[in-house]
Design a protein around this ligand. Structure first.
Ligand SMILES: C[S@@+](CC[C@H](N)C(=O)[O-])C[C@H]1O[C@@H](n2cnc3c(N)ncnc32)[C@H](O)[C@@H]1O
Length: 291
């Protein structure tokens, strides 16, 4: 039973919200959605124009709202990412515009951004490589007091979202560039305080959920056969950009717990190489200091 089956003529009468949410939750669970109740509530809150926390205070939903909710639930059951349906993704204290063509920022990346924020002194120059929607760059600009944050992204579709998200952030500069090009940001060589990067890092052939396979751009997710195709040149680029004493943080796949620290050590220009876990205890990002 889907909400559409239960409310075939949605559009005329008010319906009770609690059973509508219960049916939508079952529909999403049957479709394999990982957090069906949360997604149903977030879609309902979106349609009703309230925060999720206020749903408990709402008894009924109007016919036109129910029709929109039924449609959105049906889309989510087809495994269209929740954030694409909402048009935004939450990242730390930010709501970022997202949609087809840009990677949806993930909660685990909030940890790398938090590490970057802790290492950003007032006035610092920060570079966010592979910036996507701008999640890391904008969180640093929002929560630290950098002098300048340079966000580098290659994909035109992602750049459109990045520019939109960064429009009001006066310290953030968007650069259309390829992080595998050693000449990118050459004017900043030896001057950068913090380099952060969440690159495409999933090894090609790894099974991913439909939301990722069908809606995140492949060029944002997969990092070549071993997942390290972008990370290798990023390490060399970061070593060239950083001033002595500057720091780098790179997110990676959980299979790269030793590979990325080893690549940082092998470069020969870094000290204090360290590995960091995410909230589920999985290896998630590596950091180092430019010697
Ligand atoms: C995993 S997403 C991360 C996006 C964002 N930093 C975040 O954490 O949500 C990787 C991003 O790197 C971009 N990208 C991939 N290869 C690139 C390259 N060679 N140069 C610049 N950006 C690249 C993709 O378009 C995508 O936006």
């Amino acid at each position: 039973m889907t909400v559409a089956d239960e409310h075939p003529s949605a559009g005329t009468e008010r319906a009770r919200l609690a059973p509508v949410l219960a049916t939508a939750t079952k529909e999403l669970a049957a479709a394999g959605v990982e957090s069906p109740r949360a997604d149903a509530e977030l879609l309902a809150a979106h349609v009703l124009g309230v925060g999720r926390g206020r749903l408990a205070l709402i008894d009924t939903i109007r016919g036109d709202e129910l029709r929109r909710f039924v449609a959105l639930t049906g889309e989510r059951a087809k495994r269209i990412p929740l954030q694409h349906l909402l048009g935004t993704a939450a990242f730390r204290h930010l709501e970022l515009a997202v949609g087809e063509g840009v990677f949806v920022p993930r909660p685990e990346t909030e940890l790398l951004a938090g590490w970057g924020i802790e290492h950003t002194a007032p006035g610092a120059t920060v570079v966010d490589l592979c910036s996507g929607s701008g999640a890391i760059a904008l969180a640093v600009a929002d929560e630290a007091r950098p002098g300048r944050v340079v966000a580098v992204e290659r994909s035109p579709a992602a750049l459109a979202f990045l520019r939109r998200n960064a429009a009001a952030a006066s310290t953030v500069e968007v650069v259309a560039g390829d992080v595998t090009d050693p000449a990118v940001l050459s004017e900043l060589r030896g001057t950068v305080d913090v380099v952060l990067c969440n690159p495409p890092y999933v090894p090609v052939g790894t099974a991913v959920p439909p939301e990722v396979a069908d809606h995140d751009p492949a060029g944002a997710v997969f990092g070549g056969a071993d997942g390290l195709t972008i990370i290798r040149p990023v390490i060399a680029l970061a070593a060239g950009l950083l001033r002595p004493g500057g720091v780098v943080g790179i997110e990676h796949d959980d299979v790269h717990a030793s590979a990325v620290p080893e690549l940082l050590r092998a470069d020969g220009r870094f000290t204090e190489v360290a590995e960091h876990l995410d909230l589920t205890g999985r290896p998630r990002f590596a950091t180092a200091r430019r010697g």
